[in-house]
Design a binder for this molecule. Structure first.
Ligand code: SF4
Length: 332
């Protein structure tokens, strides 16, 4: 479920979201989501994961939606809410917990105060740490997002080291993409961006650091303590169905894909390919059983050291993770 409201626009962001909304507009949006949900044919206790993403979901009072969701949650449902560090307070955390939320993802993005200021995030690394520590009082299953490759962000061991005592269960690490519609794109000529090799080196450093804290890389951009990999992420990469509600949400049910509520039908062949090929992003890899036509192109990547073959399964090597997007672009 997508909540497209933010305090202000972060410099690097081109996601569908807006700053400066009123309380009434946000309440109307939540009521609209609850109504959309009530129109769907969902069996009770059948949702195995729920994800509230943004924007900053906690800028809204999600109570009507949380109440509408209660009868639909499976007993072991993984229920994640993304929180901006400035939205973390005891009242919000207690209310989310009381409504069945059991996982928090906090967008920290950088551990460098100058970078956070430039990004327009509105908090310091110390404040992010305090917010995360409060989150951990309510939710053990909590993690953060980081961006690598922001101009001027040192992202070095000294900065990363402060994470060692946070009790992270999960970390998503994204390399910066300079989006055309972002504020950063307008500032780009005045900034020095790290080149691809520097970004790869930083990702390797973050990766090594997270491994040293017991977080395994289970997907290109995601690390977790074994057993608490994000089920929601995995379901998407494993090709399972999901419902997307809200302005910027995507969904997949059978042959239907929805984007911002607009449905589109794909062919059975496209459907099968999409559901299988993106598994390459995970440590599970692609299973070519029943798809001998994929073997030749995958063998070609394997011969370049980008994939390893294990019977019908192909998985990324460490070098392959660095160029996964181009491998996928050739396969789809
Ligand atoms: S990064 Fe998140 S909080 Fe910042 S503008 Fe984009 S959606 Fe909003």
């Amino acid at each position: 479920m997508h909540f497209p409201f933010c305090r202000r626009k972060c410099t690097y962001c081109a996601l569908h979201s807006r700053a400066g909304s009123t309380v009434a507009a946000r309440a109307a949006y939540v009521a609209g989501l609850a109504k959309e949900l009530s129109r769907l044919d969902i069996q009770s206790h059948s949702l195995s994961t729920v994800y509230f993403g943004g924007g900053s979901p906690a800028l809204c009072d999600p109570t009507p939606l949380l109440e509408a969701l209660q009868p639909l949650l499976a007993p072991e449902c993984e229920f994640t809410v993304e929180l901006h560090p400035l939205d973390v307070n005891r009242g919000t955390l207690a209310s989310l917990k009381a409504h069945g939320v059991n996982r928090i993802s906090m967008g920290v993005q950088s551990l460098d105060d100058g970078t956070l200021r430039h990004m327009g995030r509105g908090y310091s690394a110390d404040e992010a740490e305090q917010s995360f520590s409060l989150v951990k009082e309510y939710f053990d299953n909590a993690g953060i997002d980081l961006i690598v490759g922001y101009p001027g962000d040192p992202c070095d061991v000294a900065k990363m080291d402060r994470l060692s005592h946070w009790g992270l269960r999960h970390c998503s690490v994204y390399s910066l993409i300079l989006e055309d519609r972002s504020i950063l794109a307008k500032q780009a000529t005045r900034l020095t961006f790290p080149d691809d090799d520097e970004v790869l080196d930083k990702i390797k450093l973050v990766s090594r650091f997270l491994r040293s804290m017991g977080l395994n890389r289970y997907e290109i951009s995601n690390y977790a303590v074994p057993g608490v990999e994000c089920r929601h992420n995995l379901a998407v990469w494993r090709g399972e169905d999901y419902i997307g509600l809200g302005e910027g949400a995507h969904g997949r049910r059978g042959l239907t894909r929805t984007e911002s509520g607009k449905p589109e039908t794909v062919s059975p062949e496209e459907d099968e390919k999409e559901r299988r090929i993106f598994r390459l992003r995970t440590i599970e890899g692609i299973d070519t059983t029943g798809h001998t036509e994929w073997i030749a192109p995958l063998d070609a990547f394997a011969s370049k050291g980008l994939l390893v073959k294990d019977g019908p399964i192909y998985r990324l090597t460490e070098r392959g993770t660095e160029v996964c997007d181009s491998i996928l672009a050739e396969l789809v």
